[in-house]
Design a protein around this ligand. Structure first.
Ligand SMILES: [Zn+2]
Length: 461
């Protein structure tokens, strides 16, 4: 298996530290809002990596953190805390906000059939590990105290910038205008912040009340669960220049050696060839897709159709054609299920070897999907082909058993829903005449209604 390592800018043969178990760390969500489809693309990539490793027989020890401590608006140290901003806007405590959006995120990744990593630690439950990490950096001379926090001295660390390949001058140019004149270098970053009184989330530390820097969260939790050195670290390309550069600096400074062997990053998702942003109103969520009648797995299909290292452009037209292709693919697979035509085993083996080659070549899932399509379209209908497709689907993660009819449930219009609700009320009121009239009206619109102990079930006729 070969993977592209951002650190070396090359595809490399994947050699895990242990023969059996692969240790992975993935930067998880900051839970102050709904994840948008661009965020979710990164987790679909993470899932592809998991599934290809499992397909190759590895077991996984995979950590994905939940950043429930507010970090700052930008990747730099200034700006308003994201969690606090969310809390203020929604009149809730940061803990309530974090809990709500963590549940929403888990629901989204479940809808996308993304495997949940073995360990999902919350930052707020690992403050003592972070403090210990900061103490270690101070002890080794990499951390220093200022009036507003503890900073990492990037000039003391030789390899700073090796992941993004930016030099220190570029880092300075990229750093924002500094308020804190006590920093040794403009690009030094906070590993611990002293909390102003109005900051809701704060913890006791050797430097008074405060809260951890975002970067230290990942370094500390990764080390706690995966040890000093582990195999793979994943994230989005937007993490490369600051967040991951800083994680590398912290971990290597403390350990005296690299903590991660392979760094893997997925590219951005664009919308209508531009950036996704709140002000443009194009930060779509899984619920937005569902409301328009799309199956989240059709979105998954769309993501699998683009290589994770290529930018991908989302439009509603592309979503529509992905839905059509996804349905055809699932139906095509199902058509083989009851087939009994004989297929030459050599043909099956060739499909499988092409598939294996594609997935093991830096997760070339679009190519693997192409091989699967060739199998779907193969001239003979055969259970052997179905078994092959089922095996391939261990990586794709589609719902091959799902009947298309069920998808139609998503398409109930508000008008129909109002009729269904009205009929339910009529039944409660024992107004059987009205209830029957509405049933007939629904029938005339092609909808059958069935009363069960759990309420009315709706079907298209
Ligand atoms: Zn991280």
């Amino acid at each position: 298996m070969r993977v592209y390592n951002t650190l070396s800018r090359q595809k490399e043969e994947f050699k895990p530290i242990s023969d059996k178990e692969v240790c992975i760390y993935s930067c998880g969500p900051t839970v102050y809002n709904y994840a948008h489809i661009g965020n979710l693309r990164t987790y679909i990539f993470m899932d592809m990596l998991r599934r290809v490793l499992e397909y190759n027989g590895y077991t996984l020890k995979h950590v994905m953190n939940i950043t429930d401590v507010g970090h700052l608006v930008s990747d730099e140290d200034d700006g308003e805390d994201k969690m606090l901003k969310g809390a203020r806007e929604q009149k809730k405590t940061p803990w309530q906000i974090a809990e709500f959006y963590t549940a929403a995120f888990m629901k989204d990744i479940k809808a996308l059939n993304i495997e949940i990593p073995e360990i999902v630690p919350k930052a707020t439950e690992h403050i003592s590990e972070m403090i210990e990490f900061v103490e270690g950096l101070i002890e080794k001379g990499y951390g220093y105290e200022t009036s507003d926090g503890i900073y990492f001295d990037i000039e003391k660390f030789d390899g700073y910038g090796k992941l993004s390949r930016a030099n220190l001058e570029e880092q300075i140019a990229g750093a924002r205008v500094e308020v804190n004149q006590e920093k040794h270098h403009p690009a030094d970053f906070a590993i611990w912040k002293k909390a102003p009184r109005e900051h809701i989330m704060q913890w006791q530390s050797p430097w008074g009340m405060g809260y951890p820097g975002w970067h230290i969260e990942c370094s500390a939790m990764g080390r706690k669960y995966l040890g000093d050195v582990f195999d793979i670290h994943t994230g989005g390309v937007d993490h490369i220049p600051v967040h991951h550069e800083n994680e590398i600096a912290q971990s290597e400074a403390l350990l005296g050696r690299p903590a991660v062997n392979y760094w893997m990053h997925s590219e951005f998702m664009m919308v209508n060839n531009g950036k996704m942003s709140k002000s443009l109103g194009n930060t779509y969520t899984i619920d937005d897709l569902k409301e328009k009648g799309y199956n989240p797995l059709a979105f998954r299909y769309m993501c699998l159709n683009a290589h994770y290292r290529n930018k991908f452009n989302f439009t509603w037209d592309v979503m529509q054609s992905a839905q059509v292709s996804y349905d055809r693919f699932v139906e095509g697979c199902q058509a083989h299920k009851s087939g009994n035509e004989a297929v030459d085993i050599a043909v099956v083996n060739e499909f499988l070897s092409d598939f294996d080659e594609a997935v093991n070549d830096d997760l070339n899932i679009p190519k693997a999907l192409g091989v699967a399509w060739n199998a779907v379209r193969y001239g003979k209908k055969s259970q052997q082909i179905f078994e092959l497709l089922t095996k391939m689907n261990r990586i794709f993660g589609f719902d091959l058993d799902k009947k298309k009819e069920e998808l139609k449930e998503l398409e109930i219009s508000p008008e129909i829903q109002a009729l269904i609700d009205e009929r339910q009320q009529a039944r409660k009121d024992k107004n059987w005449k009205l209830s029957d009239e509405i049933r007939d009206e629904l029938k005339a619109r092609g909808i059958a209604i069935e009363d069960t102990p759990n309420g009315a079930k709706v079907k298209y006729i």
